[in-house]
Design a protein around this ligand. Structure first.
Ligand code: AMP
Ligand code: GLY
Length: 425
């Protein structure tokens, strides 16, 4: 089969790498792809928001199936458009992608179907929102309703901070229309985990649970980022808790979407908080996570393409699963200054070394310049290693990080540490 992967980050590199190992694959194309993906795929310079350009390319190349990495094209209706042109594509259509595209939609859906999440209120009017936070006497989380590239969520412990967040979103339009509506929700405490499942509209096939590290600094301090590293599976999530998450959250959400006339076909990504009262939904994403995908796919022994084809046909319940193998840890190497201002164009050294077995370097912000590879973004690489133990995977990932250099390279030193703490919940 000829497959097109839409996107050009670490997640899409991992998708191309995994798809390439399927016996069903003839060729993988990526749009726009990146320098690292060229090892596994043919990259075509089409932007992820050029939906007509992607349709034309898929027709011209006779692509058998398109898989979409980022959320924006899904929320913009890429699936509806491809299907209108008779092209096969795996992902939620526009109506189903609301699950990520509107936090107010999702909170209202969860409330309607009794699916556990933080208590919340939705506001379209700034004065009403301010009046509401003025009578709160606990921390709150203020969320822009629409897509904001992962930056539209502000955790506030003080009222002044909440008011400032509302002002930024609703009055100063810091996130454009995404802030026309806001969700104000209760602050939840606990361990965060990401559980992803492939859905065929009715059944789910789960991938290994993963933990992301969203903050820039060790110990989960500092600004939020696109994700500084991840590991999978999460040893603290036992079978009973996984079963509870499936029963109380994942399956009811798929049923709820079907009842609402928005059957959900695609990757359902739940961002969860394991609270003392049980698991609760922080958010849903309508796609694979980044950097979770870079660690979930290395431990997956199933043929991803075969699983996606089963999902396309509504036959996921017949798909024969294999066990996951070992643990994977991925450390993101970023440019100095990220997530704020950073420089690019720094030469990356060490990429062509021979690394230990089960090491893969996924690219995101890289570019070729002459015969060198240079930095071209905030997050540059996800250095991923797999091993029989989580400790082994983390150590191997960091040994590999130590062999790659560029000026100002920054990375967290504690990726996976929470998975190793003894006496986990
Ligand atoms: P989201 O994009 O909704 O997942 O939010 C980004 C991050 O903000 C999450 O990964 C959490 O770390 C944090 N967060 C979101 N909602 C809450 C909440 N209700 N309580 C505590 N932290 C939250
Ligand atoms: N890892 C967070 C995300 O993909 O949104």
């Amino acid at each position: 089969m000829k497959i097109l992967v839409v996107g050009g980050g670490g997640r899409e590199h991992a998708l191309a790498w995994k798809l390439k190992s399927s016996p069903l694959i003839k060729k993988v194309f990526c749009a726009p792809g990146n320098v690292g993906m060229m090892q596994h795929a043919t990259c075509e310079d089409i932007a992820v928001d050029d939906l007509p350009g992607l349709v034309q390319f898929a027709k011209r190349q006779k692509i058998d199936l398109t898989i979409v990495g980022p959320e924006q094209p899904l929320v913009d209706g890429i699936v509806d458009l491809f299907e209108k042109h008779g092209l096969a594509i795996y992902g939620p259509n526009r109506a189903a992608a609301e699950l990520e595209g509107s936090k107010a939609f999702t909170k209202n859906l969860l409330a309607k179907y009794g699916i556990p999440t933080a208590d919340y209120r939705v506001f379209q009017n700034y004065d009403k929102a301010v009046a509401y936070i003025n009578q709160l006497n606990r921390p709150a989380v203020i969320k822009a309703d629409g897509l904001a590239a992962g930056k539209g969520v502000i955790v506030c412990t003080e009222r002044a901070h909440m008011q400032n967040a509302l002002q930024q979103m609703m009055q100063n339009k810091r996130f454009g229309h995404a802030g026309n509506r806001v969700v104000v929700e209760a602050y939840l405490q606990g361990e965060e985990v990401s559980l992803l499942g492939l859905s065929d509209g009715e059944h789910l096939m789960y991938l290994a649970p993963a933990q992301d590290h969203k903050r820039i600094s060790d110990g989960d301090e500092g600004l939020n980022t696109g994700g500084m590293g991840a590991y999978a599976p999460t040893p603290f999530l036992d079978e009973a808790m996984i079963a509870r998450i499936k029963r109380e959250i994942m399956e009811p959400t798929i049923r709820a979407m079907a009842s609402e006339g928005r059957p959900y076909k695609g990757v359902l990504y739940a961002g969860l908080m394991l609270t003392e009262q049980g698991p609760k939904v922080l958010e849903f994403n309508c796609r694979f996570g980044d950097p979770e995908t870079q660690v979930i796919l290395p431990v997956m022994t199933d043929d991803l393409l075969a699983a996606i084809l089963a999902a396309q046909e509504g036959k996921l319940h017949e798909f024969e699963r294999q066990e996951t193998a070992g643990f994977a840890a991925g450390v993101v190497m970023a440019s100095a200054g990220y997530p704020e201002k950073y420089q690019t164009g720094k030469v990356i050294l060490g990429l062509n070394r021979t690394f230990e077995s089960d090491v893969v370097i996924f690219h995101s912000g890289t570019r070729r310049q002459g015969n060198q590879i240079v930095t071209a973004g905030g997050r540059i690489l996800t250095v991923t290693a797999k091993d029989d133990s989580l400790k082994g995977a983390i150590d191997k990932a960091y040994r590999t990080v130590g062999q790659i250099t560029f000026e100002g390279a920054y990375y967290r030193k504690d990726i996976g540490a929470k998975g190793l703490r003894p006496g986990r919940p």
